[in-house]
Ligand binder design. Sequence first.
Ligand code: COA
Length: 149
Amino acid sequence: MILRKAQKSDVSSLYALERELFLPQNYTLSRGSFSYHVKNNLLYVAEIDGKIAGYILTLIKRKNAKLYSIGVDNLYRGRQIGKKFLETVSCELISLGFSRLLLEVRIDNETAIALYKKAGFKIIKKLDSFYLDGCDAYLMELKYADKTL
Ligand SMILES: CC(C)(COP(=O)(O)OP(=O)(O)OC[C@H]1O[C@@H](n2cnc3c(N)ncnc32)[C@H](O)[C@@H]1OP(=O)(O)O)[C@@H](O)C(=O)NCCC(=O)NCCS
């Protein structure tokens, strides 16, 4: 498995994976959004046998970092790819001087919440009706000052 920064040539595969992973009510990314994020934000992919097996997108705005999305193809789940994505992004954010990483997650997404909690994220707030289908979200935070990687 290779974990690397996404390139423009990955955009079609990323968009195809996105449509497999998420329903539109979860604010899915368009092809154009992926092209934008390759250039302007932290977008990593996991590549296995030449295929994009997953991605993680973190948005960077001034001194704030937000994990916008993470997804691993069903075929490759349970192999610690999600965990490695979070570690890689955290290392980069720490080296860039960020002190925390925020994210929103559907409160019914138990798998993702388990992944985030294991990585050290804490729930700091519930956001009512955050998603387009009315589902609430948890706002979660990973503080780098508290964590030794
Ligand atoms: C959430 C997701 C990215 C996890 O990716 P993954 O590569 O399978 O996760 P990992 O193998 O790195 O798991 C790391 C930890 O997360 C937790 N976890 C992962 N899958 C889990 C599951 N099905 N049930 C419970 N906990 C789980 C566990 O704590 C696990 O640690 P362990 O293996 O030591 O028990 C993946 O399930 C996915 O793509 N889901 C669909 C997209 C999504 O919902 N993304 C999040 C919202 S943006």
